[in-house]
Design a protein around this ligand. Sequence first.
Ligand SMILES: Nc1ncnc2c1ncn2[C@@H]1O[C@H](COP(=O)(O)OP(=O)(O)OP(=O)(O)O)[C@@H](O)[C@H]1O
Length: 241
Amino acid sequence: MTASMSGAPLLAAENLVKTYDGAPALAGVSLTVRPGESLAVMGASGSGKTTLLHCLAGITSPDAGRVRLFRDTALPIEVTALNDDARSALRRREFGFVFQQGLLIPELTAGENVALALMLDGTARREAEQAAAGALAALGLTGMEERRIGELSGGQAQRVAIARAQVTGARMLFADEPTGALDSRTSAEVMGQLLQTVQGTGRALVVVTHDSDVARWCSRIITLADGVVVADTAGAAGIRR
Ligand SMILES: Nc1ncnc2c1ncn2[C@@H]1O[C@H](COP(=O)(O)OP(=O)(O)OP(=O)(O)O)[C@@H](O)[C@H]1O
């Protein structure tokens, strides 16, 4: 465990419950995510992984329980108490998302996709483009700024998604099967870069995955079954680094 992983939480969930059509998808999940931590969420299909991620990230409202985001301000933000508009604004400003597909706009270039994350929140175009170029360069994508997403490999596109997730300065990153469409070598590279954006930066990552290799690289692994946490163990990043 690194020093940055102990101490104050960045995100805390208490007793999350979510039921769909009478069937519980989450049946009382509590967890805390600390700066520097990478938390893998595993479990069988239908065990509630994506529902948990969506509740933590303010995409879905739980039926019961609460999620709080601790920033540098004195009072935490109660994500679950916000209305839809406030949650959208919070997601844009405070959270970064890397999903398997769907978040990048194919008609836009890599640079435009990353810059857009900043422009949506009022950053001027020129400044946003400069920040985007820097974020892409940091992920080894120098020279690819002008390429449309369809002109990139799957691994390159996921790196654009990582750049987009972090360019806003968001400290809390969420990923849902970020390597699901990649071969094992590219998957390792992309996960390595995703974890680099967390380690030693004060950020934290929650990643839903079926891939035990991906999970092992994280600092902590929780396993869900029928909407509850049935295991909570250290991953490789929690032991070695
Ligand atoms: N929008 C929804 N409407 C109705 N039922 C839903 C909805 N979202 C999830 N569910 C149900 O909730 C349960 C948990 O789904 P969830 O997607 O969280 O599981 P998961 O562990 O992420 O599964 P997978 O690994 O297959 O993606 C499942 O039984 C699913 O059918």
